[in-house]
Design a protein around this ligand. Structure first.
Ligand SMILES: Cc1cc2nc3c(=O)[nH]c(=O)nc-3n(C[C@H](O)[C@H](O)[C@H](O)COP(=O)(O)OP(=O)(O)OC[C@H]3O[C@@H](n4cnc5c(N)ncnc54)[C@H](O)[C@@H]3O)c2cc1C
Length: 383
């Protein structure tokens, strides 16, 4: 979250604080709960909730910083081997400042997110030709356009690719930059052929902050501050004397730019779980049972049914995916969902099966999350 600390969230504090975390912090007596209706930036969420929580006397001793997990397996059992698999502890191998270290555990909750494995710019989920070679001019996610990355984008021709909230946020930041550096030119490429669903729920969105994103972006497209390229399914990024040429699926050169920001979602990195027996939903790469419940072809954030240990259970007993990673490629995850997932999983591991099954989740309803996929028509090769 530090990497996108500059991003203003779209849910207010009342949807950002984990109830169990709140109880712990309140019991320590020196924490002030932020104002429920206010919408903070990600950096503020870290400073006012996650940092204090990680410093809590019960939590701090359990955290191992600078440990990157490289594999999770069953000790002595590769994926193929049955043996006494369910009785073997999990073996977690991590890269640490002191070299590789091995840990053993009865259970594992993998909540490592999807932020570090963004989807490529290319159509159909594959890397565009030349995408790798053009890396120095491509950023994925949400760069700090108005802060740390300002010099990179000021006065440049920038293409934003994607049609979710992150893409919209990038476009709005560039619009702000262009107010100060008018030479900055902004193009916005979306795969769908119609912009109709791009603007989100507007006033109908229960989360006002999120509704306004689309409304502001539409105004900028309407008055020409942003050039919208619809039906943009990219197959190649070519470096040419005048910049980066963007070639679409029909072989047509659509635009030449200096910089590209790709915000077209992310996918789970499953490499470190290769030796485990896991099942995923084939469409979303979410946990198998959860996938159909959250598939963005059919659901938006507010319609996600409450779910917990039962839905997140894997054939590998004692292993759970939680948080953003449990949703696979589905972009509709909200923090409150993750807090409830983890509460249920921990209750299950602690033997309180009734509490594990008693899942409750109230999320803000909206039509906007569905804009990502529902009824989407995209450009495909005409040949
Ligand atoms: C721009 C943006 C805005 C969002 N706004 C909201 C919002 O307003 N409200 C809302 O409810 N949700 C929002 N979300 C969705 C979601 O709540 C966040 O993405 C949230 O950060 C997901 O939490 P997570 O813990 O699952 O994953 P992450 O926050 O991505 O955390 C994963 C952690 O695991 C660590 N990690 C990764 N790999 C390893 C490894 N191999 N070994 C050790 N550690 C590892 C990472 O360093 C990271 O610290 C937003 C998401 C984005 C991207």
């Amino acid at each position: 979250m530090w990497q996108w600390q500059h991003v203003r969230l779209f849910t207010p504090w009342s949807f950002l604080i984990d109830p169990a975390g709140k109880r712990l912090l309140e019991a320590e007596g020196n924490w002030t709960e932020p104002e429920a209706e206010r919408v903070p930036c990600a950096g503020e969420l870290i400073e006012r909730f996650l940092d204090p929580l990680s410093n809590h006397s019960l939590i701090a001793p359990q955290i191992r910083l600078n440990h990157t997990v490289v594999s999770v397996s069953r000790e002595g059992h590769d994926r193929m081997k049955d043996g006494r698999r369910n009785e073997a502890p999990f073996l977690i191998v991590a890269e640490t400042p002191d070299g590789p270290q091995r840990f053993r555990a009865r259970a594992v909750i993998d909540a490592s997110g999807t932020w570090t494995s963004p989807n490529p710019i290319g159509a159909g989920g594959v890397r565009a030709d030349g995408e790798r070679e053009a890396q120095s001019s491509i950023q994925y996610g949400m760069p700090d356009v108005l802060g740390r990355d300002r010099e990179r984008y000021a006065g440049k021709r920038v293409l934003v690719v994607g049609s979710g909230h992150s893409a919209t946020g990038n476009v709005l930041s560039l619009i702000e930059l262009a107010k100060h550096v008018p030479e900055t030119s902004i193009a916005w490429g979306i795969r769908r052929v119609s912009a109709e669903k791009l603007w989100g729920g507007g006033n109908a969105d229960e989360i006002a902050e999120r509704g306004q994103l689309g409304t502001r972006a539409k105004a900028a497209v309407d008055d020409g501050r942003v050039t919208l390229l619809t039906g943009l399914s990219i197959v190649a990024v070519k470096r040419c004397p005048s910049g980066l040429e963007i070639v679409d699926v029909n072989g047509e050169s659509r635009i030449v730019v200096d910089e590209i920001i790709v915000a077209s979602g992310a996918r789970p990195d499953l490499a470190m779980l290769r030796e485990l027996r896991l099942q995923f939903d084939p469409a979303t790469e979410a946990s198998k049972t959860l996938g159909p419940l959250i598939d963005p072809n059919h659901h938006h954030c507010g319609s996600v049914p409450p779910h917990g240990a039962v839905e997140l259970r894997q054939p590998e007993r004692g292993f759970y995916l939680a948080g953003m990673k449990s949703y696979g490629r589905a972009p509709t995850f909200l923090l409150m969902t993750g807090y409830e997932q983890v509460r249920s999983i921990v209750a299950e591991l602690a033997g309180d099966h009734e509490a594990a099954r008693n899942v409750e989740l109230v999320l803000p309803t909206t039509g906007v999350c569905s804009t990502q996929f529902a009824n989407e028509e995209t450009a495909t090769a005409s040949t």
